[in-house]
Design a protein around this ligand. Structure first.
Ligand code: SF4
Ligand code: SF4
Length: 488
């Protein structure tokens, strides 16, 4: 019925960050208090907006890029073909996806071990879309105080038009996000053409609305609750943290005792620390926590509290950095920034970096040396073997040739493994750009060789060569094993 919130974290208390060991009971049925974060400006906020721009330009822009007269990035599930600029991938190339997942996982481990929730604070779609949705909200309803006042007031014309204007822009943006998402799987120009004529298929409608609704709901309403209650990363991140991880920290030794004061008084003489207890760090926090209580799992590491506290310190003519990126060891042992940064190179960071570099190098090498075509050989199951002209033994196979380039290619098929074995009829195959074609290939063995080899299954090898005469191609060879049956 209730969950025990670790607020404030014991780790913070141990680090002397001013936390106590109180346990807060939070009813899972308690009504969520709406958080109205105050806008903030500063170095970290600029970084976050830079990343919002970069990630969104990539996300919304990529489907519109053209490459070789088709969409540059397209995951064509129907045709089972994935295009990433000049790269044509088949479902058989799924190993690359595994490598990408490994790279993402180790990058996350590495960044978290070095500087906490960098991903959450700057690049996670939840943060990025919440930031965009809050920006729109501020354009219609104003900053924190104006929004609180608006929410508390009656449903006047002013309130109705501001709320409905915001909702309208949110819905349009969410739908556009849904269309863009589906545009990675269906050519976006065709998709938009169909959407404007209400001609989308049921699955396209479903995914546009589903993704749009997820964006609208997560960024417009759920916001910090996604980070606090739905995201598993918040729960297991502590396994990647240690006392040398840089995290957003309040310097309790410097800030406490807290208290309001005039700008001109000598607060040290008055027995006060640098924290003027203005509460701005709480007001800007998108998850509504007080970082002065120490490290908490709800903290997404957005550093908004650092930016706002620095502006307060500037106004008070105190040094910046009362809230800053620091390590628990750094705060406890009064390490300088240089000393804390030197602790970055510790065993777990070196291990994560090495694994990441290895997987990355493996992926790049594998893609660079990737065969420009792939051949699958399947025996014809209808006839194991048969005797044809002049007593020759014939086996029939089906060859699937997948052309992973964007030019038409010509191939020659050969077979080896038994003396005198050969491909019957034509041995040249042609496959169009980024196409996969099936060919029926008959392989024959003369009667004398068949007698010498004896009845049974014999290992053979199909050798497929891409002819150098193909457009844009050096010659390349691939070999596939199979068996040749000789009847009794
Ligand atoms: S913003 Fe800085 S000075 Fe103001 S309450 Fe927070 S820590 Fe104290
Ligand atoms: S405590 Fe600071 S860094 Fe953490 S979520 Fe709140 S504002 Fe962001």
């Amino acid at each position: 019925l209730a969950e025990v919130s670790p607020t404030p974290a014991p780790a913070a208390a141990a680090a002397g960050n001013g936390g106590d060991d109180a346990v807060v009971l939070v009813s899972l049925y308690a009504k969520q208090q709406k958080i109205q974060p105050r806008s903030v400006s500063g170095w970290f906020q600029n970084w976050r907006w830079a990343l919002v721009w970069v990630t969104q330009l990539v996300f919304y822009g990529l489907p519109w890029l053209e490459w070789n007269a088709r969409q540059a990035v397209l995951f064509d599930l129907g045709a089972r073909r994935f295009y990433i600029f000049g790269l044509v991938l088949y479902p058989q190339d799924f190993i690359y996806l595994t490598a990408l997942l490994l790279i993402s996982a180790y990058a996350l481990f590495l960044f978290t071990a070095v500087a906490g929730r960098l991903w959450c604070g700057y690049a996670c779609p939840q943060t990025v879309y919440s930031e965009i949705f809050m920006w729109i909200e501020r354009r219609f309803e104003g900053d924190r105080v104006a929004r609180i006042k608006l929410d508390a007031g009656p449903w006047s014309f002013n309130r109705i038009w501001r709320k409905s204007g915001k909702q309208l822009v949110w819905v349009v943006l969410a739908l556009w996000t849904g269309i863009t998402f589906v545009g990675y799987f269906t050519p976006i120009r065709t998709l938009i053409g169909s959407a404007t004529q209400f001609g989308l298929g049921p699955w396209e409608w479903f995914w546009v609305l589903f993704y749009g609704l997820a964006t609208y709901g997560n960024a417009g309403f759920l916001r910090e609750q996604v980070c606090k209650y739905m995201c598993p990363y918040a729960r297991f991140q502590s396994a990647m943290f240690d006392r040398d991880t840089l995290v957003v920290s309040y310097d309790a030794e410097r800030g406490d005792p807290r208290g309001t004061r005039g700008r001109k008084i000598d607060h040290r003489k008055a027995g006060l620390g640098d924290c003027i207890d203005c509460d701005l760090c709480v007001q800007v926090c998108p998850t509504g926590i007080d970082i002065r209580n120490g490290l908490q799992y709800e903290c997404i590491g957005c550093a908004a509290c650092i930016d706002v506290c620095n502006t307060v310190m500037d106004k008070m003519h105190y040094p910046r950095g009362l809230i800053r990126y620091a390590t628990q060891n750094g705060l406890a042992r009064h390490l300088t920034r240089g000393q804390m940064l030197r602790q970055v190179f510790r065993p777990r960071v070196v291990i994560y970096t090495s694994i990441l570099a290895l997987v990355l190098a493996g992926l790049v090498t594998s893609v660079a040396l990737r065969d420009p075509f792939r051949v699958d050989v399947v025996r014809d199951r209808a006839t194991l073997a048969r005797i044809v002209d002049e007593g020759r033994v014939e086996n029939v196979y089906r060859l699937q040739v997948m052309n992973a380039t964007e030019q038409e290619q010509h191939y020659r098929v050969g077979v080896s493994g038994l003396p005198g074995i050969e491909v019957a009829g034509g041995d040249e195959l042609t496959v169009g750009p980024a196409q996969a074609r099936w060919f029926t290939v008959a392989v024959r063995l003369d009667p004398a060789s068949a007698r010498r080899s004896g009845p049974g299954a014999h290992a053979i090898v199909f050798r497929t060569e891409r002819l150098a005469t193909s457009a844009g191609g050096r010659s390349a060879v691939t070999q596939e094993k199979s068996t040749f049956m000789i009847p009794r």
